[in-house]
Ligand binder design. Structure first.
Ligand code: P6P
Length: 347
C-alpha cells in the first residue's frame, strides 16, 4: 500500500541534490562538490554571524592581489572554502578572489572539477553587519581552452599555465553556479542549468531547506541599483539613462533607488523583485570594479536561468572569453526589459 504521507514533505539541499542525481541531472562527483560548497557556506554563515563576538571583524593587516585590505573574515572564509573543496576529493583546480593564481588540488582523486569563487563578497560590510555573500561557479576541466597567448602566461610553468587555461573559460561553459547570502536569513541560491532554486538555512538543525523552485525574475521592474556616487565619472549616455529613470513620466512614479554595496544582497533583491543592478565602467576604472570569473559570470548564469539578462553594456557576459583570472568587466544585470533598455542608451 502507498506509504501514508505525513504531508511534511521537507526537501533539504542534500535530498534535493540526491534527487537531481537520481534523475541524471548531475553526476555523483558534482553532487559531492555541491555538498562541500554548502558545508563551506554554513561554516561561513556561522563565522559571519558571530564576527563581533569572536573578534573576527576588522582588517587582517594584509592586502590581496586586488589591492584591497583583506578583512580577517576574507582570509578565514577563503580557507574554509578551499578546505571544503579540497576534502571533497572531486575538485581539480580552484580559483579564488583571495588567491593570486589558481591552484591545482593535490587531494583530487576523481571528478576534478574547476571551481571559481569569491568566498566573502562585500566583506567591507561585515563590521556594520550588512548582508554579505559567497559566490561560486563550477566548470568541467578544459585543457583545450584557448586563452590568448599573453606574455605573462607563457612565462609561467606548464602546471600553472594548465591551471589558468582551465579556469579561463567563458561563463557559457558553466555547469553550475550559485551564491549564499548571509543576511536576515541565510539563503543558498543555485542553478544546475535547469532553473534557479533557493534554500533557506534552518538554524534549528543546520540544514538548507528548499524554499523557492524555478525562480523567475520579473520581466521588468522599476528599481535601479547603482552607486550614484560615481555619477560624475560615468559616460554621458549612462548619465542620460540614469536621469531618465528619475523622470516621473506619465505614471507620476520614477524608479526607486536601492543600493547596499554588496553584490549578493543587491542581486538577490533584483532577482526576486525585478529591476536592474549596474556596476559601470567609469573614468577611474575603465572596466568597472566587478570580476568576470567569480562574480559577473556566475550571477549572469543564474539570472539567465531565471529569464533575465546579464550584460557588460554591449554583449552577453556569458559570451566573454576571460584572458586573465581577476579580469574586471562592467556589469548590468536583472530584468530583461531593463537591461535591454540600458543597452539601447549605451549603443
Ligand atoms: P562600491 C563589494 O566590495 C563589491 O565587490 C560588491 O559586492 C559590491 O556590489 C561593490 O563592490 C560595491 O562597490 O564601489 O559601490 O562600494
Amino acid at each position: 500500500a502507498a506509504r501514508k504521507k505525513s504531508g511534511y514533505e521537507l526537501q533539504t539541499l542534500t535530498s534535493w541534490l540526491l534527487r537531481q542525481e537520481m534523475k541524471g541531472e548531475i553526476d555523483t562527483e558534482l553532487t559531492i562538490v555541491m555538498s562541500s560548497i554548502a558545508m563551506a557556506c554554513k561554516q561561513i554563515a556561522s563565522l559571519v554571524q558571530r564576527a563581533g563576538i569572536s573578534n573576527l571583524t576588522g582588517v587582517q593587516g594584509a592586502v590581496n592581489i586586488q589591492g584591497e585590505d583583506q578583512k580577517k573574515l576574507d582570509v578565514v572564509s577563503n580557507e574554509v572554502f578551499s578546505n571544503c573543496l579540497r576534502s571533497s576529493g572531486r575538485t581539480g583546480i580552484i580559483a579564488s578572489e583571495e588567491e593570486d593564481v589558481p591552484v591545482a588540488v593535490e587531494e583530487s582523486y576523481s571528478g576534478n572539477y574547476v571551481v571559481v569563487f569569491d568566498p566573502l563578497d562585500g566583506s567591507s560590510n561585515i563590521d556594520a553587519a550588512v548582508s554579505t555573500g559567497s559566490i561560486f561557479g563550477i566548470y568541467s576541466p578544459n585543457d583545450e581552452c584557448i586563452v590568448e597567448d599573453s606574455d605573462d602566461i607563457s612565462a609561467l610553468g606548464s602546471e600553472e599555465q594548465r591551471c589558468i587555461v582551465n579556469v579561463c573559460q567563458p561563463g557559457s561553459n558553466l555547469l553550475a553556479a550559485g551564491y549564499c547570502m548571509y543576511s536576515s536569513s541565510v539563503i543558498f541560491v543555485l542553478t544546475l542549468g535547469k532553473g534557479v532554486f533557493a534554500f533557506t538555512l534552518d538554524p534549528m538543525y543546520g540544514e538548507f531547506v528548499l524554499t523557492q523552485e524555478n525562480i523567475e525574475i520579473p520581466k521588468s521592474g522599476k528599481i535601479y541599483s547603482f552607486n550614484e556616487g560615481n555619477y560624475q565619472m560615468w559616460d554621458e549616455n549612462l548619465k542620460k539613462y540614469i536621469d531618465d529613470l528619475k523622470d516621473p513620466g506619465p505614471s507620476g512614479k520614477p524608479y526607486s533607488a536601492r543600493y547596499i554595496g554588496s553584490l549578493v544582497g543587491d542581486f538577490h533583491r533584483t532577482l526576486l523583485y525585478g529591476g536592474i543592478y549596474g556596476y559601470p565602467r567609469d573614468a577611474k576604472s575603465k572596466n568597472g570594479k566587478l570580476r568576470l570569473l567569480y562574480e559577473c559570470a556566475p550571477m549572469s548564469f543564474i539570472v539567465e536561468q531565471a529569464g533575465g539578462k546579464g550584460s557588460d553594456g554591449h554583449q552577453r557576459v556569458l559570451d566573454i572569453q576571460p584572458t586573465e583570472i581577476h579580469q574586471r568587466v562592467p556589469l548590468y544585470i536583472g530584468s530583461k526589459d531593463e537591461v535591454d533598455k540600458l543597452e539601447k542608451y549605451l549603443a
